[in-house]
Design a protein around this ligand. Structure first.
Ligand SMILES: [Zn+2]
Length: 254
């Protein structure tokens, strides 16, 4: 059984001292596929050397919507170059965050649009961060013949259907493990299994206080989601592998 973490920051500084251990725990748990999200030059360099460790590792680069205090257009030129120089597999995470950074909304829209244009041009899928911005996100995605993943989904079942109609997969993280979380389970029950992905967002979003989240922990989320859907973890893992392939095989809609 192969597990896939559809969003983790394994190149993050938080893993600089124990990346090898984190990697071996990951492989012990069968997590052979992972999208390595890079939001900085440090993370990009660390992730490029990791990518060679497993054929299932994918490299994603992008300018994060929470990182637009500096909105110099040169940053777009730089990311475009980094994408081709490092043979990136995906653009992300990109998107809109009106919850934590409402003051940079205008720059977020500009950078999101420019990076969606790059995705269409380069034929790459995208990994989308969207908080308190679902309508603007949906309207932006509609404009580009691009596929991808809605990361750490926390919206409604109706909105999930709209993203799915556009060809996107919906990824759920550790929020399903919180004792009083009901909404993600409802969405998971209502959506087609062939558009579901699972992620940790490690080192962030740990379900356990004081524990640094790591990709090996994706197994607990698989267990919970298989319980929610009433299928075996093996069956879920096999389906997720197929979903994963569709994201990377056919990035651009024909
Ligand atoms: Zn993330």
């Amino acid at each position: 059984m192969i597990l896939a973490d559809a969003h983790c920051h394994l190149g993050s500084r938080q893993f600089d001292n124990n990346r090898e251990e984190v990697l071996s725990r990951m492989l012990e748990n069968g997590v052979e596929k992972a999208i390595l999200i890079c939001c900085s030059e440090h993370d990009r360099l660390a992730s490029i050397s990791l990518r060679d460790r497993s054929p299932g590792f994918k490299l994603a680069l992008g300018i994060h919507p929470q990182d637009l205090e500096d909105d110099d257009p040169q940053r777009l030129t730089d990311i475009r170059k980094a994408l081709t120089d490092s043979h990136a597999d995906m653009i992300g995470e990109i998107g809109l965050d009106y919850y934590s950074h409402p003051h940079t909304k205008e720059a977020q829209l500009r950078f999101f649009e420019a990076q969606m244009e790059m995705a269409a041009e380069l034929g790459l899928p995208v990994d989308i961060h969207s908080r308190k911005a679902s309508l603007d996100t949906l309207n932006m995605l509609k404009r580009f013949p691009v596929k991808g993943i809605i990361h750490s989904y926390s919206g409604s079942a109706e909105m999930a259907q709209l993203y799915i109609k556009l060809g996107y997969c919906i990824a759920f993280g550790a929020s399903v493990l919180f004792p009083n979380s009901r909404k993600p389970a409802e969405v998971i029950k209502s959506m087609p299994l062939y558009r579901l992905l699972i992620e940790t967002d490690a080192p962030y979003q740990s379900p356990v206080k004081g524990h640094i989240h790591e990709p090996a922990d994706v197994k607990a989320i698989y267990e919970k989601i298989s319980e929610i859907r009433g299928i075996s973890i093996e069956e879920l893992a096999a389906q997720i592998e197929l979903n994963w392939e569709t994201v990377f095989r056919t990035a651009v809609l024909s």
